[in-house]
Design a protein around this ligand. Structure first.
Ligand SMILES: Nc1ncnc2c1ncn2[C@@H]1O[C@H](COP(=O)(O)OP(=O)(O)OP(=O)(O)O)[C@@H](O)[C@H]1O
Length: 482
């Protein structure tokens, strides 16, 4: 800490006194600074540190890392009152440690902690310094979002997933739990991360369930959770936190209530979530098209236009680089929309109307020969169901969050909002908020990361092997977020 303080002190001194004397050994300068803003120590015989004014100390403290700030807070009463009395110092430290923004940390430590599975009777975290202390105790976790198409995995103290791999190629659909393929899947992730299962907790996303709330559906979800926990504990995993993929996407968007539209690998799900719980009474709407169908549609359009390509990987890459959603489809057809890009080892490609025509099947599925609901119809239907079962004063369902890799398509959020406004009553459409993010594919992973860093994460929410052996399915039901 001494070194940090000296460094911080040097930096502040050079900023504050660069035009005058910056020598703290100079008695006259020290005294004039003291007279100007009040010395903390006050005594003439005080050491140089004690003779620094409170505002300069504040500047110095704002440059210290969290552990040094905590140590400085117990040096003396004067330092303690500055450090403990200043929430802004801790705000900066908390945001820097999370590698994210202060608003995300605040959301995690207030909104998330107040949700039923997290809510603790008396958490006592009344200051940001205490939140910092509690977050310091939270171990780094392994975070796995095993999507039906692609798995994203990494560490909870990293800003993005460490890696990803296609799950549909190697493991089939992990939504159908087969013990051996799940074991293979999780072993692969741990090997890729070079992580030992016993050393840290694990946060996993559970697939969005596309069923009604029937007995069979409930049994399927419970079975999947049970087998997953069995596999992971047999691998020696320390503690597990399993959360629905849609809930995680919502959390990553700093919301606890709203409608998540997850454009998945083969299906799109419209999931109503109220205070972290999926509203099965309102129902999950499912559309039989996802990212795969968009790639297939682009493939078809390119073939029709005589654009040659070597394989489907090229088409997928072009979709990610060049495709977008038209704000007004008919108007876009009259425009010149040509754009090119170069793909490593495949050369340059130019697309014109294919760029937005491929994505239009989400809004007009029949264009691609699909007999499914359009995305706007499914969301409007879901909102209607939510209205029926909710208190009219609480318009939680007018926040729509777009998730999944295809949610990164430019223009999607704007177009969905426009189409929804045509379908919904004015009192809903007036306040409708459609949130789209550029990192749609990693949204659930980011939500899981956010959760795993909440100060009460491990105690409140994880299931340990001991818990599982003692209580079995009951503990999973008690901690499940669906
Ligand atoms: N910037 C982008 N623009 C368009 N599509 C994209 C973009 N980034 C990723 N995708 C597409 O998203 C798809 C993968 O989405 P995602 O990783 O969300 O699937 P998943 O999580 O496996 O699906 P599921 O929700 O069914 O489990 C891929 O087909 C990919 O081409």
């Amino acid at each position: 800490m001494y070194r940090s303080l000296r460094k911080a002190l040097g930096s502040v001194i050079s900023r504050s006194y660069s035009s005058t004397s910056a020598d703290f050994g100079n008695e006259d300068d020290d005294n004039s600074a003291a007279n100007a803003s009040g010395m903390v120590g006050g005594a003439e015989q005080a050491s140089p540190f004690e003779r620094i004014s409170a505002d300069i100390l504040y500047c110095i403290f704002s440059l210290l890392p969290g552990h040094d700030l905590a140590a400085a807070s117990i040096v003396c009463k004067a330092w303690s009152s500055i450090i403990q009395g200043s929430e802004s110092l801790w705000r900066n430290v908390l945001a820097a440690k999370a590698g994210s923004t202060w608003s995300l940390v605040l959301f995690a430590e207030t909104s998330l902690r107040s949700l039923p599975p997290f809510a603790t009777s008396n958490d006592g975290l009344d200051s940001f310094q205490r939140i910092y202390g509690a977050r310091q105790q939270v171990p780094c976790s392994v975070v796995i979002d095993g999507g039906s198409g692609y798995c994203k995995y990494g560490w909870s103290n990293f800003n993005k997933p460490t890696g990803r791999f296609p799950t549909f190629l190697a493991y089939g659909n992990i939504e159908n739990p087969i013990y051996s393929s799940l074991m293979d899947f999780f072993t692969t992730v741990y090997e890729r991360l070079a992580a030992k299962p016993a050393l840290q907790p694990l946060v996993i996303s559970t697939p969005i369930c596309h069923y009604d709330d029937t007995e069979v559906a409930i049994a399927c979800r419970r079975n999947l959770l049970h087998i997953t926990h069995k596999v992971l504990f047999s691998m020696g995993v320390k503690a597990i936190c399993a959360v629905d993929q849609a809930v995680l996407a919502l959390i990553a968007s700093k919301q606890t209530s709203g409608i998540v539209v997850n454009i998945g690998f083969q299906l799109t799900s419209v999931v109503p979530i109220y205070r972290g719980k999926i509203m099965r009474k309102a129902g999950v709407e499912v559309i039989g098209q996802g990212a795969l169908q968009l790639t297939a549609r682009l493939c078809e359009l390119m073939q029709r236009s005589g654009i040659s390509f070597e394989n489907i990987t090229v088409v997928k890459a072009l979709k990610e680089k060049l495709c977008y959603v038209a704000e007004d489809y008919d108007r876009e057809l009259c425009r010149h929309t040509e754009a090119s890009c170069t793909l490593d080892s495949y050369g340059e490609f130019t697309l014109n109307h294919e760029r937005f025509m491929a994505c239009e099947i989400m809004f007009q599925p029949y264009l691609g020969g699909l007999r499914t609901m359009s995305i706007q119809q499914a969301v409007a239907l879901c909102i209607e169901h939510c209205m029926e079962i909710s208190n009219c004063n609480d318009m939680w369902f007018n926040t729509v969050v777009l998730a999944g890799g295809s949610a990164s398509l430019p223009g999607l959020g704007e177009r969905l909002k426009k189409e929804l406004c045509k379908l919904l009553p004015q009192r809903i459409s007036k306040t409708l908020n459609v949130i789209s993010q550029s990192n749609g594919a990693d949204l659930a992973w980011h939500g899981a990361k956010l959760l795993s860093n909440v100060s009460c994460f491990q105690d409140t929410w994880c299931v340990t092997k001991k818990d599982f052996q003692k209580y079995g399915q009951k503990i999973l039901d008690a901690k499940a977020w669906f």
